[in-house]
Design a protein around this ligand. Sequence first.
Ligand code: THG
Length: 367
Amino acid sequence: MFSITPTARLRTTPFLEMARKEGLTNAMVYNRMVLPTFYGNPEEEYWRLINGVSMWDVSVERQVQVTGKDAAKLAQILSPRDLSKCKPGQGKYVPLCNHQGTVINDPILLKHDEDRFWFSIADSDIWSWASAIAAERGLDVKIEEPDVSPLAVQGPKAVEVIADIFGDWVRDLKYFWFKELELEGIPVALQRSGWSKQGGFEIYLKDGSQGEKLWNIVKEAGAPYDIGPGSPATPERTESGLVSVGGDTDAHTNPFEVRLGQYVDLDVPDDTVGIQALRKIAEEGPKRHQLGLKLEGDQPAPLGLAWEDLTSDGQKVGDMTNCTWSYRLQQNIGYALISREVQAGEKVMVQRPGGEVRAELVEMPFI
Ligand code: THG
């Protein structure tokens, strides 16, 4: 048993008491908040996501809300993805880059209206970043972090649970589109989204005092489908090829190197942060690329705290940025951020703390 002392530096979540009652055993810190992770049986929690339905307290995905006359302008200045066709009620995955073209975050952008956007952020401070850029550019916007906490419902049966709660219309909701609603008096936004490739939704709770009530509604609606608690699952996201910005990227990683180039539009306006650098990188060609790694050996051996060197003929050619046991492939798999001279099909050595291990480079996703 552990307990967390809430302070302004390490915020708890509206669902944390409920997570604790479910038997929470592990948690992480993300965006200066508690991210509940495991509930005593990571493998069972993984299979529930693959075969059934799982509910995750992902309040750590904070919203940076931009409102005001210049909100749409600021959103495009921050995003090297063309937003000109984005409609109210639509979300888009938008990697954010700094002036050097380095990826600094990869939010889902939710467009409520021309003058109101949410950046649903990964783990870095985008409130300060957006505020500074807005001020330097003299824009008429207000930037806040509203009381919003997402609860993810993920897995092949998630749609049944969400349809039972909200109605059959949710079956037609397109990926990343969302609707603001009231659910038994609880203000929420419902979006088809979530950090897995098993399908699902996120319910953004807009009143932190009603976390217990929302948790119980989802838990009860999910009971016939054997719902249980879980969290963003490293084995699943790795098998599925999802990128973890800040995990698989470092201070020098651009979007083209980690398969995020498809979310960059080089013809966005010239005042978009980082676009000059991105155009230059695209023209010269990125130096590294991201490939999958299949490691030899049949014992789970996840990555520790640091990236591990990849070598070929004794020379460093890249880094292994992630490594996890794949329950479906029954082997250790990971991501390589590696010189473009090295291709899928080739073999490299991973310099692991316990000695070097052979690995094959493969295209992603693994599954
Ligand atoms: N939910 C919400 N906010 C988030 C995350 C989330 N903020 C940041 C964090 N996750 C990381 N960002 C994401 C979110 C979604 C996806 C990837 C990273 C994703 N990608 C699909 C893919 O790569 O196949 C589809 C992308 C596309 O083609 O548009 O789903 O989980 N609220």
